[in-house]
Design a protein around this ligand. Structure first.
Ligand code: PMV
Length: 326
């Protein structure tokens, strides 16, 4: 393994961490090959891996069979390895569209790869996507790419050389880094849980209708412009494009009355707000009017959501030195 940014070989016990994510432009359309802009956020998942009498996750010995993400990680990254006792802690709310599963598989993938000889960053990104896809059955590599790379990440868009590419079937996504405008964003969890796989399948059916190709073209146009406007730090234009993206998400049926209420509550303190992730529940992301971050958080909390002010987490998945949890 010669990648200086890769995951080095290490023996157990091991600890690794990976950030969650928030999708700014292009969710759903990215599954069909269109561009997407994803931000790795400063809420993360940490895993601690040590040898154990039998494999378990957070003391649950059934997890290798009952938790599809854990099962896929062991199958794809630890085949034939000794039993491992894995602890996972996270600050990312689950089933909220903030990348808890992508962060879990990126962190666990990094730890297990270190324990089996190390891996370069592109290899870890492909492995994490493979694990997530095996567990989820559908989807794009956007979440896992952001968790592995950190920072602002464009799929199938943006200037410059790709960091790496990831394929599934005949689909291929190129992953590029986008300049960090150093903005604070506010994400707010509605408390309405949802399933990514169910929403992705429903949108797939919607896009199979006759106007599907033109909807996808619009998604691609908005995401391409969004990647450019974020990269040059243009708040106003980014706000305008976020609104257009939200309109497209409404048209493919993944907004939700609760999310619309939150978007309305955010409006006086935000350039714009939209669904983030699979939608049909989950979270919104809002770009605050400069200096109004606190007011935006208060407004969303008063509207009954769980808001977080987030920034880009520049560091992607990696090993950390950590004491063993008790
Ligand atoms: O994991 P979520 O809920 O943030 O959804 C991911 C975004 C989708 O585009 C809907 C699916 C995907 O895998 O890209």
């Amino acid at each position: 393994m010669t990648d200086p940014d890769g995951i080095p070989a290490r023996g157990l016990p091991l600890s690794a961490r990976a950030p969650g994510k928030c999708i700014l432009f292009g969710e759903h359309a990215v599954v069909h090959g269109c561009p997407e802009l994803v931000l790795a956020i400063d809420l993360s998942t940490q895993v601690f891996v040590r040898s154990g009498a039998r494999s378990s996750l957070n003391s649950d010995p059934d997890a290798p069979r009952s938790n599809p993400y854990f099962q896929a990680a062991l199958d794809l990254s630890w085949k034939g390895g000794p039993a491992v006792d894995v602890r996972s802690v996270t600050r990312i709310p689950r089933a909220a569209g903030l990348g808890s599963s992508g962060a879990f598989v990126a962190a666990l993938g990094a730890a297990l790869a270190a324990g089996t000889g190390g891996i370069d960053r592109a290899g870890l990104a492909r492995r994490a996507f493979e694990i997530e896809r095996a567990a989820q059955g559908v989807g794009s590599p956007g979440d896992t790419a952001a968790s592995v790379a950190g920072g602002y990440i464009a799929l199938n868009g943006g200037p410059g050389d790709p960091l790496w590419s990831v394929s599934a079937g005949e689909r291929r996504w190129e992953v590029r880094r986008v300049e960090d405008p150093r903005w604070v964003w506010v994400v707010a969890y509605s408390g309405v849980p949802r399933s990514t796989a169910t929403a992705v399948r429903a949108v797939g059916e919607r896009l199979a209708q006759p106007d599907g190709p033109s909807l996808l073209e619009e998604f691609a146009e908005v995401a391409t412009a969004g990647i450019a406007s974020v990269g040059r730090g243009d708040r106003r234009e980014t706000g305008e494009l976020l609104r257009r993206n939200q309109e497209l998400l409404r048209r493919v049926g993944v907004s939700h009355p609760r999310l619309e209420e939150l978007i309305t509550a955010a409006a006086p303190a935000a350039e714009a707000a939209k669904v983030t992730g699979a939608g049909a529940g989950g979270s919104i992301v809002a770009l605050p009017i400069a200096g109004q971050e606190g007011e935006l958080v208060r407004r969303l909390a008063r509207a009954g959501a769980l808001p977080f002010a987030v920034r880009a987490e520049p560091k992607g998945a990696g090993l950390i030195e950590a004491a063993a949890p008790g």
